[in-house]
Design a protein around this ligand. Sequence first.
Ligand code: ZN
Ligand code: CA
Ligand code: ZN
Length: 478
Amino acid sequence: MIVMLLSCCVLVLLATDPGVTAPTFIPEERSTPSPEAQFDLKLATDYLHQYYDLQHDLLVRVKRSEPALISKVKEMQMFFGLNSTGELDSETLEVMQSPRCGVPDVEEYSHIQSTRWNKNVITYRIGRYTRDLRRSTVDSLIESAFGVWARASGLTFIRTQTRNADIMVEFVTYAHGDFYPFDGPRGTLAHAFGPGTGAGGDTHFDDDERWTAGRTGFNLLLVAAHEFGHALGLKHSRNPESLMYPTYRAIRPTNLLSSEDVTNIKALYSPFRGPRNWLLRPLLPRLMQEKCAQDLTFDAVTTVGDATFFFRDRYLWIKHNVQSDIKEGPITNFMPTIETRIDAAFWIPRRSTAYLIHESTFWTVKGSVVRGKPRSLSFFGFPAWVQDVDATVHIVKTGRTLFFMHDIYWSYNENRKVMDFGYPRTISEDFPGVNATINAAFYKGDFIYFFVGPQVYKFDYSHRVVVGIETANSWLGC
Ligand code: ZN
Ligand code: CA
Ligand code: ZN
């Protein structure tokens, strides 16, 4: 009774002073909850709103006894294997205060779409960096985090600098352009969108955290590997051994994935899907052995983002430019609609697009997805008698694509979309030292690499001179 009287007096005093704005004070229960209890309740409602789809009006104070709240507390307790009492006990509150992933634990409210990427080569780009770590450290931790899933799934991740990469990786703070603002230090560490176009796959890290490569702060490799699980279509796991468990734990075994994580990613991306690939399987061992054969030649070679693609018959090797990792398999494993060999290929970085030529037709491959049906080579304005080409290369510096055929070549202006005047010209005149039919060519760092039989001529494009000769498969680590 005394307590009640006192609070009445305080209210009266505040209300009679016009200089002070009276707080709206609605006693929610018979006795006023302690500041600690109010803090806990606020923490719980915010947490359950964010991760368990608790519907609540932010202006109305939720009561502890609210059935909707109790049922959500129970749901959360069940997820984390706690006693499912519906009470905000200390164990429950401790979990709610643990730093964690921003992706909800319940599906109905989840912004993870339970889908998968319908391709095996997935591109990513690191946009905004954190200042907590050196750029090169961030690069290698992100690469390692993708590597965790690459090893388990057979997927290939290629870093690109183009804006339309599948997975955009960024360090941001508070509101950052999606509907899921970050919250300053601790709390939410990062979140990721499930596979899809637009924001699909995009992965954001809260740059108010202290990101590290070690045990202090938050380990970027651990958090990134978890988030990329979402970016590939995985949901949260209730198993504390799993990488996809929602809260952050610093100590982990060397193998980041639990057997559950491995089973789930394999179920989503089984490496051999459909009968077509089964038929091709007998081809694999023979081609794999040939990789280091002395006389190995390629049909087409092109850079694609930060990787280089090597085509031979219906087989493809993908080599990362930075690391020595090589992915290989039938072309259909990577681009299911392309069932033929590739004669020539080129890549236009600013369009993030590869063009793959087979006889008199070509495919457009954007962001590693084959777009539409193959088109006719006549699109480039060749005379009718040109029904195939040996090799193509796009020169970034000049915006030209060169098409090589026997001993002549054409130059196509990609900006104006017309053939340059005065072509075809003789290859040996403009590329001294390159005197035989070119099988494949690609452009990198102002050099054109001409694949002629089992050899590669490194051609200095500015000085028009061959500066080195190596074997073709030295590019594949042979
Ligand atoms: Zn998560
Ligand atoms: Ca945070
Ligand atoms: Zn975000």
